[in-house]
Design a binder for this molecule. Structure first.
Ligand code: FE
Length: 200
């Protein structure tokens, strides 16, 4: 197997009560795992099997003949990035350079969070909401299905998965409640700051 399922950086129960262990078990152990398994099937015996996950995402983006490979690779990458965006004692606000950059782009951290929550809630159907650096300028936006800022020359700093599988077992249709829990209790601002420190 070329690509492997990265382990969660915390236990299945660690994000309770904001993300249930049952949700995390299915989300990581079934959904994320299925993208990795399918990707391995699709690239087996091809040159893509020798590439990094990020290289596969970039190489197949926008190529209609390889959409299934892109979808599974991008979903595998997005999920691998999403897990460390959360931490058991998360929430709060970034400090230092990231705080300054957010204030410069959005006016305040709260304004950025509000825009992030609105983008996540408004994404129709499946997708992701992101805080990303676009050549040093911070932006908040949503992407559809498996789409990822990696293919648009942007550097992701933070994401939340708003596919129903991310929240439905616990929140059912209440996606905004999941987004609020993510921002208030789970988001790992240090992970975002670490990502930002590498793109400046
Ligand atoms: Fe997901």
């Amino acid at each position: 197997m070329t690509f492997t399922l990265p382990p969660l950086p915390y236990s299945l129960e660690a994000l309770e009560p904001h993300v249930s262990a049952r949700t995390l078990s299915f989300h990581h152990g079934k959904h994320h795992a299925a993208y990795v398994t399918k990707l391995n099937e699709l690239v087996k015996g091809t040159p893509l099997a020798e590439k990094s996950l990020e290289e596969v995402v970039r190489a197949t983006a926008g190529d209609a003949s390889r959409t299934p490979i892109f979808n599974n690779a991008a979903q595998a990458w997005n999920h691998g990035f999403f897990w460390p965006c959360m931490t058991p004692r998360g929430g709060g606000s970034p400090s230092g350079d990231l705080k300054s950059a957010i204030e410069s782009a959005f006016g305040s951290v709260d304004a950025m969070k509000k825009e992030f929550a609105e983008a996540a809630a408004a994404q129709f159907g499946t997708g992701w909401a992101w805080l990303a650096s676009d050549k040093g300028k911070l932006k908040v936006f949503a992407t559809e299905d498996a789409d990822t800022p990696l293919t648009e020359g942007k550097t992701p700093l933070l994401t939340v998965d708003v596919w129903e599988h991310a929240y439905y077992l616990y929140y059912q249709n209440r996606r905004p409640d999941f987004i609020a829990a993510f921002l208030d209790h789970l988001v790992d601002c240090e992970f975002a700051a670490d990502n930002f420190s590498r793109v400046k």
